[in-house]
Write a protein of this length. Structure first.
Lengths: 261, 481
């Protein structure tokens, strides 16, 4: 037999020479026993199944993509810069012209310009945060898919905790989160744990998304039926998308994903 | 077997199937395993978790909240004893905290699961599933091999096995008695009784925890059920020469007649009345005892599992296809007592069981049943911890070892809790199977699994488990979908 493997042994918890968790311990304990609750994540490169691979491909084409420099990108950057400069020039000359006419008008224009800058900055920051969050979710999704394919218990434990943390700000998921937490503490296999989390956390939200989309789709089809002009349809559809997005507090990609499933 | 006998047998099977169908198609779940595998505990925990709403997150219907009510119903088969669930549950979670007494005969319990499913046009549809849980000793399945063997063949094989090197120390008394026996002597009841007693004693000792052997037919010698002392169980193998004539009136003739009676009145009725009617099957395997004993016990267990598989498979290819046709479509092999090692080693336990059943599963291909392998603990008696000792960090389990269990020079009193590091299973399961050692001393093994007492549980709540829900999802999940 292999001499290197550690020998079986046992320690009674009422033995005075043994330290148990936070209990009173002797100065130089013979052995220390620490109860385990959580596991550390492990990195594993398990193969993905077909559906997961497709989802991965779609995601890497979208949010999680690394941007490459393309000719069209350069052209759009140039045009964008020029347009921004033109708008800046126009605003500048407008304010100057207003000041020339009357100082009070100029002051009002400056105030509006400040509002514009503050608002635009706010929008940009929000969009940026959303993109970062999206990317994080995409990465989490990929990691969960890997852990599920590999039935990796330890990775699943850590990832499911992260997933539950994403829903901390939604009070209606309190029960689902508690359920996931309980499953995380029990001895459940990686694949099963991820399935439990998916069912508890995501199913209700998926259902809600689908219901909202169904309602919006009904509205759109009615408007398409009675509207005289195609352009009105398009405007209405755009408005519906914004409305649905707003109501669910989710991003477009999530809506599309739910629509596909 | 005569053609007429086969026809009668087949008619019996058809009649029972028809009666089942008319009686409102219940799902018959067979729970079996060699002795001490944990059948009784498994059924008790399963029923307890279903009826009292234990945490079963992996069982889909339970997780989705579709199970409305689960209750026990009167046992439908009047001729079969009822599984005394209440008694066993009280033993586990009562103040005594002891494991229930073991399975010695067929018993049955009907659980009705009321659940709802989504209808074809939306809306909920209430349904109910009658789950008949049939508990029977796995040793009886090994009797199937006897149905194909004559008394002479069986005698030669059994005596050869008893004289094999690994079994010789257990069988010494029996072998000694056999040497002074003349098969051609006139039949005498006292000699037959003595032979049967010694033979049964040898089988029982071989099954004992120290040796942990498994392939020990005939099954009723180990768990006689209600046949204790009947002539059908009062026989033993005799040293007969190949092709030798058995003289009428001799001891051999009497033994041969009783052997045939065993086949007709004991083995065959079991297959007809119970086994041929099962829909799903879980085979519980106590791998840890075999691991404690050594590689010879493991390979013996492998042979036994192959024999069990033979019973499941017999429907199609073999000559027995003519006499009965099992309809089992899902089989789960479960390594029990997974709570006796740290979960980091569960995968290795599962891998070992997979390796041991691989031969059986490969040969079973094409008989139309789905087979899976899982490591589970129907009642989780331990919690997990790590031991830091002598510069090593060891994954361990904490629980109350049974009185008299020994590890590393310590003997437990059944009261004190202890943190136990049972050793690590090898990464390659084939390493555990290599060699021919049996009944190894603790020092010669890399691992030592001690038995634990049931856990302290809150009143009324089912005790915790490991992967019981996964097993249930595999076995009955599709009928609750």
């Amino acid at each position: 037999m292999n001499d290197k493997s550690p020998r079986p042994r046992a320690f009674r918890l009422d033995d005075r020479r043994v330290a148990v968790d936070d209990g009173p311990s002797p100065l130089a304990p013979m052995a220390t026993i620490l109860s385990q609750r959580d596991r550390l994540p492990l990195d594993g490169d398990a193969p993905l199944d077909v559906v997961e691979r497709e989802v991965e491909a779609a995601q890497s084409a979208g949010v999680a993509k690394r941007r490459r420099l393309k000719l069209s990108t350069i052209a759009w950057a140039g045009l964008g810069g020029l347009v921004s400069l033109a708008v800046g020039l126009w605003v500048d000359s407008l304010i100057e012209a207003l000041f020339a006419r009357a100082a009070s008008l100029g002051a009002i224009a400056v105030a509006f310009a400040v509002l514009l800058v503050v608002g635009a900055l706010g929008l940009m920051i929000r969009e940026f945060v959303a993109v970062v969050r999206q990317r994080r979710i995409a990465e989490l999704h990929a990691a969960l898919a890997r852990a599920r394919a590999g039935d990796d218990r330890d990775a699943a434990r850590a990832l499911v905790a992260k997933l539950a943390a994403l829903y901390l700000h939604r009070p209606e998921t309190a029960r689902a989160r508690a359920e996931v937490e309980a499953a995380r503490r029990a001895v459940v296999d990686g694949r099963d744990l991820i399935d439990v989390a998916e069912r508890a956390l995501l199913k209700p939200i998926d259902k809600k998304v689908q219901a909202e989309i169904a309602i919006a789709a009904r509205r759109v089809s009615m408007v398409t039926a009675i509207s005289p002009r195609a352009i009105l349809d398009l405007l209405f559809v755009a408005a519906q998308v914004v409305l649905v997005e707003d109501r669910l507090g989710v991003t477009m990609t999530e809506i599309i994903k739910a629509g596909q499933s | 077997m005569s053609l007429f006998g086969d026809l009668v047998f087949e008619a019996g099977v058809v009649a029972r199937s028809l009666a089942d169908y008319v009686g409102g198609g219940a799902l018959r779940l067979g729970v079996t395993g060699l002795s001490r595998a944990g059948k009784t505990v498994f059924i008790t925990a399963l029923v307890d978790n279903l009826v009292n709403g234990g945490g079963l997150p992996v069982l889909r219907a339970a997780a989705e909240g579709r199970i409305a009510r689960v209750h026990l119903e009167p046992q439908p088969d009047d001729a079969v004893p009822r599984f005394p669930y209440e008694e066993h549950a009280a033993a586990i979670s009562g103040p005594e905290r002891r494991w229930p007494v073991s399975t010695r005969r067929v018993s049955q319990l009907r659980v009705t699961i009321e659940f709802e499913r989504v209808g074809a046009w939306g809306g909920a549809r209430a349904q109910s599933l009658n789950l008949d849980i049939v508990d029977y000793p796995g040793e009886w399945l090994l009797d199937l091999a006897l149905l194909e063997k004559s008394y002479g063949e069986w005698s030669r094989e059994t005596i050869a096995a008893a004289r094999a090197k690994s079994r010789a120390p257990v069988a010494s008394q029996w072998n000694g008695f056999l040497a002074g026996l003349d098969p051609a002597a006139p039949a005498e009841e006292a000699t037959a009784v003595k032979a049967a007693e010694l033979f049964a004693a040898y089988l029982r000792q071989a099954r004992d925890a120290t040796y942990a052997l498994s392939t020990l037919p005939p099954g009723r010698f180990l768990s006689p059920g209600d046949l204790e002392g009947s002539p059908a169980l009062t026989f033993a193998p005799l040293p007969l020469d190949d092709g030798a004539e058995i003289a009428p009136g001799s001891l051999a003739a009497m033994m041969a007649r009783r052997y045939e009676a065993y086949k007709t009145h004991v083995a065959r009725p079991f297959f007809r009345d119970h086994f041929a009617r099962l829909d799903r099957q879980i085979v519980l395997v106590d791998l840890l005892s075999a691991l404690n004993s050594g590689p010879a016990a493991l390979s013996d267990l492998e042979t036994a599992l192959d024999g069990v598989m033979h019973a499941f498979r017999a429907g199609r290819a073999s000559r027995l296809g003519a006499i009965f046709r099992p309809r089992i479509d899902r089989i789960l092999f479960a390594a029990t007592k997974a709570d006796h090692l740290h979960h980091a080693d569960h995968d290795r336990l599962e891998a070992a069981l997979k390796l041991m059943t691989s031969r059986a599963i490969a040969r079973a291909e094409g008989f139309g049943a789905t087979i899976d392998v899982v490591a589970l603990a129907a009642v989780r008696a331990t919690r997990e911890a790590e031991i830091r000792h002598g510069g090593e960090i060891l994954p361990a389990i904490v629980g109350t070892p049974e009185a008299g269990e020994r590890i590393d020079g310590q003997t437990f009193d059944g009261v004190a809790e202890a943190a136990v590091f049972p050793g690590r299973l090898p990464n390659d399961p084939a390493a555990a199977l290599a060699g021919e050692a049996l009944a190894l001393a603790e020092a010669d093994n890399d691992w030592r699994f001690v038995r634990f007492r049931p856990p302290v549980t809150a009143r009324g709540a089912p005790p915790p488990h490991i992967r019981l829900d996964r097993a249930l999802q595999f076995l009955i999940g599709d009928r609750l979908a």
